[in-house]
Design a protein around this ligand. Sequence first.
Ligand SMILES: NC(=O)c1ccc[n+]([C@@H]2O[C@H](COP(=O)([O-])OP(=O)(O)OC[C@H]3O[C@@H](n4cnc5c(N)ncnc54)[C@H](OP(=O)(O)O)[C@@H]3O)[C@@H](O)[C@H]2O)c1
Length: 257
Amino acid sequence: MAVIVITGASSGLGEALALHLSRPGTTLHLIARRGERLNAFAERVRERGSLPRLHVADVRSPDAMQDVATNVLGEGPPPDLVIANAGIRGEGDGNSGKVLEEILATNVLGAAYSILPFLPAMREARKGQVVVVGSLAGYRGLPDAGAYCASKAALMAWTDSLRLSLKPDGIALSLVNPGFVTTEMTRRNPYPMPFVMSAEEAARRIVRGIHRESPRIEFPLPMVLMVRLLALLPPQTGDWLIRMFSKKNHESSRRLD
Ligand SMILES: NC(=O)c1ccc[n+]([C@@H]2O[C@H](COP(=O)([O-])OP(=O)(O)OC[C@H]3O[C@@H](n4cnc5c(N)ncnc54)[C@H](OP(=O)(O)O)[C@@H]3O)[C@@H](O)[C@H]2O)c1
């Protein structure tokens, strides 16, 4: 009887992960703010034989997430898997305090508030897995996405540290860094999305990495190589390449107008 907790389960990657992990004998705790979306989705999980448990909560609230954990732990054994997936891209480039605050509160603090309340019980049981959904955008500051990139960079450093402290207690941690995935978050993107993939394909790759307990689950490979190379280059060279790429895309999209 597996117990799985997923935040951001009302759309996109969270939904796809929940479906991929649904099987008879599994209890899926699904968390998001939009209760009506969770309700509609729960039926699909039930059809696959899993027991859906719904929690309408905001990951930015430590009290709300503590309440969720208390409910989950009150029902049965500690979770086998906690996936902190909820995240936002936000409006604007992140060069305003409000945007920066909102994105960091959701993507960084929200991930921490989703995981931390479960850790004492998981540590005591000496088992379980924690998964955090970051992004390849965390490797390098990209144009018009400063706050988003900063939030995902923070998750890389935080999860590297947390992984080290969880390992002796028998808890594995994976950070997932996807490239572009077709979801509500990217549907309105005005720029080209190289190597974009469906949420179902992304979920399949993530679940494979979870089974292997990979510390980093990153895909697609060409994007992984590109962002890792960009991160290694001197900043001026990286800036120049990004400017060239943006200019080329701007020109080709104007030709299409
Ligand atoms: N799509 C991509 O190309 C891509 C690439 C790399 C990484 N990612 C990451 O993948 C994760 C999932 O994103 P997605 O693409 O699936 O986007 P999405 O379809 O917009 O889903 C985001 C999910 O997060 C939930 N959420 C947002 N703010 C929340 C809050 N304050 N409290 C609780 N839940 C909240 C949303 O639910 P409610 O609105 O109902 O609360 C929704 O279920 C994010 O961490 C994102 O950064 C996405």
